[in-house]
Structure formats: C-alpha cells, structure tokens
Write a protein that binds this ligand. Sequence first.
Ligand SMILES: [Zn+2]
Length: 250
Amino acid sequence: MPRQESVKGIVLRVVPTGDGNNLLTVLTGNRGKITVSAPGSRSVSSQRHAICQPFSYGELFITERKADRWYLKEGTPEETFYPLREDLARFALAGYIADVTLQVATEEEEQEDLLRLLLNTLYVLCYRDKPIWFVKAVFEWRLAAIIGFEPDLFSCMECGKTEPPFAFVIEEGQLICTECMLKEGAPPAHPLDVSLPLLRSLLRVPLQKLYSFEADEMLKWEMSSLCEKHLLSHLERTPSTLQFYRSVGE
Ligand SMILES: [Zn+2]
C-alpha cells in the first residue's frame, strides 16, 4: 500500500512540467520541505488548480507512489494571500521571502517555527499596515535565529562590558563596545545606536507577536542594513529575488 498523508503546507514554488502537470515545492510543518507532483493541475477546471498557486496555504492529501516521490491527490487552499498580487513591492518582497525560505528549509524533518514565521510574515504583508522595510528586517532577523544563527546581544565580545553603546560585528554575530572598536585590529562593525532594544526583543517574543512592535522610521536605516547583512552572511548564496525587491521596494 502506498503511504498516504494529509499535510498542512504552503506552496512556495510551482514548476510546470509536461502533460498539464505542476511540480510543487511545499513547506510543511511536520515534514519540512517536500516536492509534490500535481497531475493535471494546470487546467483551471482541475480541483487541484487552486492549491497549486504560489503562496496557497492549506491541507494537502498526498500519496507516495515511489520512494520520496509525493503526488497530490487533492487540496483546498485556506489562504491564498491574494492581496500580494495587487502591490508590486509587497509581491517582490514575498518572492524574496519565499526564495530565502526554500534555501534554508530542510527536507523530511519538522519545520514548525519556519512555517509559522513565514505565514505570519505573509499575513502582515497582506493585511497589516506595516512598512515593508520593517517586515523584511524582522523576518530576516528572526529567521537567522530559527536556523541556528542567533546573535549574542548582551556583552562586548572583546571586554565583556554590558553597557551600551555598542556596534554589531556581522561576521561574529556579536556586539563590540565603542572602546574596543577603536583598538587596532578590531573587526569591522555595523552601527547599532537606536535599534538594540528592539533587536533583542525580536529574538525573544513569541512568533505570533513578532510584528506587534512599532515600526519607527528612526530605526529604518540601521535595521534594514543590519538584518539583511546578518542573514545573508549565513546563506550559501544571495537570492536573485533580492535584486528585484531592491528595484521596486522602499
Ligand atoms: Zn569592549
């Protein structure tokens, strides 16, 4: 008997193949990233058509006909994040977010936090009035922590001092105080004058409250650059979608 399962997941990549089929890459909570073949799903009359769209989230009934090869039996979207398609900058950011998620997601293991972060982020992008630079920075910062690169934001990496002011050493993921920063041979550091309290909170707050903080414009320059550089320093490659986002984003 082939294995049959019901999984909750979001479609992150759709690749058309022959015979009106699609090959989907889906992020699920319990199995991580899976590849699912969806026969006949390119036809708009297909019952599988709606779930086979980028950013469709819902329950998928899948069967395994060959080893590690899943087929979509049926699926119904609970959420399509449709408003993303009505705003080019938000759509571009969602593309980058999907790209990064595909790059860091592992296969056949639990990825509940990653899925939760992704769904919350897309929800805020669609339905909340938060500036997109803020959504991007918060996503990048928390994602890096989820995949194992949580920075140490409590003391200077050189002298152990715990009182600000500090700067952030991207390559170490640690703070450096302004005195140590001026010493010969100190590593290059990123300014961290106004966003330290928020960056600390973003590592601790439950995922459902991640976007409840105020997106103060004063934080924009510092956070945008730091969160992006910190995450990219831990990725194998810079997603090409980042360039597109930069050309249309804020
Ligand atoms: Zn120091």
